[in-house]
Design a protein around this ligand. Structure first.
Ligand code: GRF
Length: 196
């Protein structure tokens, strides 16, 4: 058995968090390696980055399957083919089935751009601004069937400044996301091993 955990990443779009995870695995001592990237969108920009590094990629579209359970089963088959032990959702914009989350329970992580349990769902930056919050942030958590719930692994706070709009705030949070996700993944892997 390799001493680096095998991790697959699920994306839907630009994949900047995927890139930060891939880069982290290139640092000696990081406890994971990336075994593949799956997108539910064939035109996801992140796929080009993954391919440029020679990483295995796959596209699994809901519309190519009779229902969500069948699409998610196809994702699981691909993940198992790659030998994935952990799955990181990185801007994967489709809610996964309960069967999928059960299959990967404890090994399925997500990054969300808010200080959960605040602002589950979409438009988190605008909602934090509209609420008059003075701080915002991002969270890496275990995925359970309920959207954006599940045990928190790590969070980072960022200040909200006067004059911020959703775009400036999103950019400040994203910088922290790129540091948080690799650190949270490494933490989750190490904690799971210490419990072995
Ligand atoms: C990030 O803000 C992430 O927190 C959220 O979706 C966005 C994905 O961005 N879940 P990217 O595709 O990783 O650049």
């Amino acid at each position: 058995m390799t001493d680096r955990a095998s991790v697959a990443i699920l994306i839907s779009g630009r994949g900047s968090n995927m890139q930060s995870l891939v880069r982290a695995t290139q640092v000696p001592g990081f406890p994971a390696r990336i075994v593949g990237v799956i997108s539910n969108k064939p035109d996801a920009a992140g796929l080009d980055f993954a391919r440029s590094l020679g990483l295995p990629t796959a596209v699994v579209q809901l519309k190519s399957h009779p229902d969500k359970d069948a699409a998610d089963a196809a994702i699981t088959r691909q993940l198992e083919d790659w030998g994935a032990e952990w799955v990181c959702l990185a801007g994967f914009m489709r809610v996964l089935s309960a069967g999928f989350t059960r299959r990967w329970q404890g090994r399925l992580l997500n990054i969300h751009p808010s200080l959960l349990p605040k602002y589950k769902g979409l438009d988190t930056h605008q909602r934090a601004l509209d609420a008059g919050d003075t701080e915002h942030g991002c969270t890496v958590h275990q995925v359970i069937p309920e959207l954006d719930e599940g045990p928190v692994i790590s969070q980072v706070r960022v200040p909200i400044f006067p004059g911020d709009d959703a775009e400036t705030l999103a950019a400040r949070v994203l910088i922290e996301e790129h540091k948080l996700y690799p650190a949270a993944l490494a933490k989750a892997i190490r904690e799971s091993r210490s419990g072995d």
